[in-house]
Write a protein that binds this ligand. Structure first.
Ligand code: HPA
Length: 272
C-alpha cells in the first residue's frame, strides 16, 4: 500500500464514522460561493480541523468544513472553502480532498471559483462555464511517483471538463433564463493578482478568465477518472481592465450573484 492510499484510508474511515455514506458528487465551493452548502438537506458537517490529513483553511470567505447530504436529489459532499497553493500548501495537499471524494465513491466533481474576466465581453457578475483550462501555475500535483491504483502516469486532459455536463449546465441556464458565458480558465499560483501585461499575455494565449485555484483539483480529478463540471463567477475585470483589484470586490460580487449561482448548480445537478 502506498503512503497516499494509507492516508486516504484513514481519512475516509474518519469521514464515514461521522455518518457519511454514498457520495455521488464532490463539490468544491470557491470564495463567497460556500452558501450553497447551507441548502444541503439532512446535512452532516465536518470541520476540516477534525479530519485526518486536512489542513485548515484561512482565506476570508471560506468556512473550512465538509458538508454532506442531499442536494437536488443527489448525494453530495461539499467543501465549504478550499485549499490554495498560495497559502503554502503543497499541490498534493491542495488536491487531497479530490482524492478523498474519489475514495468515498464520487464519480463526479463540481468545481467553482471566483475569477477575473479577461474576455472583453465579460462583466463582473457573469457566470462562466469552464470549457477548458490552461495550467499556468508552473506546478502540477501529479509530479512525483505515480500511484497506478489512482490513475495513469500520463493522464489525458482532452476532455477534462466533461462535454455532457457542459451541455446539461447550458440547458439548465436556458431553463432558468440565466446568461451563462463560456470560456477557458487560466490558473495562476497567486497570491498577487496578475499584472496588466500578464493579462494581455493571457488573452493572447486564449484565456477568458484568470484565477488562483481549480486547475490543480481538475488535474487530480482527471487522474482519478472523475467527471468534472466547472463554473466560474467573474467577480471583477482582470488587471488593467478596471481601476484596481481587491478581495472585497470579489466577495461583494459573489454576494450579488449567489442566488443565480446557487440556482444554476442546483438545476444542473438535478439533470446530471
Ligand atoms: N485574478 C486572479 N484571481 C482572481 C481574480 C483575478 O482577477 N478575481 C478573483 N480571483
Amino acid at each position: 500500500m502506498t503512503k497516499l492510499s494509507e492516508m486516504l484510508q484513514e481519512t475516509t474511515q474518519f469521514i464515514q464514522s461521522q455518518g457519511v455514506e454514498t457520495v455521488e458528487f464532490g463539490m468544491i465551493l470557491g470564495s463567497g460561493l460556500g452558501e450553497l452548502a447551507d441548502e444541503i438537506e439532512d446535512a452532516i458537517v465536518i470541520p476540516y480541523d477534525q479530519i485526518p490529513f486536512f489542513p485548515t483553511s484561512t482565506v476570508v470567505g471560506h468556512a473550512g468544513q465538509l458538508v454532506y447530504g442531499t442536494l437536488s436529489g443527489k448525494k453530495v459532499l461539499a467543501m465549504q472553502g478550499r485549499f490554495h497553493f498560495y497559502e503554502g500548501h503543497s499541490m498534493q495537499t491542495v488536491t487531497y480532498p479530490v482524492r478523498v471524494m474519489a475514495a468515498l465513491g464520487a464519480h463526479s466533481v463540481i468545481v467553482t471559483n471566483a475569477c477575473g474576466g479577461v474576455n472583453e465581453s465579460f462583466v463582473p457578475g457573469d457566470l462562466m462555464l469552464i470549457t477548458d483550462h490552461i495550467n499556468f501555475t508552473g506546478q502540477n500535483p501529479l509530479i512525483g511517483p505515480n500511484d497506478e491504483t489512482m490513475g495513469p502516469r500520463f493522464p489525458d486532459m482532452s476532455e477534462a471538463y466533461t462535454t455532457t455536463y457542459r451541455r446539461v449546465a447550458k440547458e439548465a441556464a436556458t431553463k432558468l433564463g440565466l446568461t451563462l458565458k463560456e470560456g477557458v480558465y487560466m490558473g495562476y499560483s497567486g497570491p498577487t493578482y496578475e499584472t496588466p501585461a500578464e493579462i494581455r499575455m493571457s488573452r493572447v494565449m486564449g484565456a477568458d478568465a484568470v484565477g488562483m485555484s481549480t486547475v490543480p483539483e481538475v488535474i487530480v480529478a482527471a487522474h482519478n477518472g472523475l467527471k468534472v463540471l466547472g463554473i466560474s463567477c467573474i467577480t471583477n475585470l482582470a488587471a488593467g481592465m478596471q481601476a484596481n483589484l481587491n478581495h472585497e470586490e470579489v466577495v461583494e460580487t459573489t454576494e450579488r450573484v449567489k442566488q443565480s449561482f446557487k440556482s444554476l448548480i442546483k438545476e444542473t445537478l438535478t439533470s446530471l
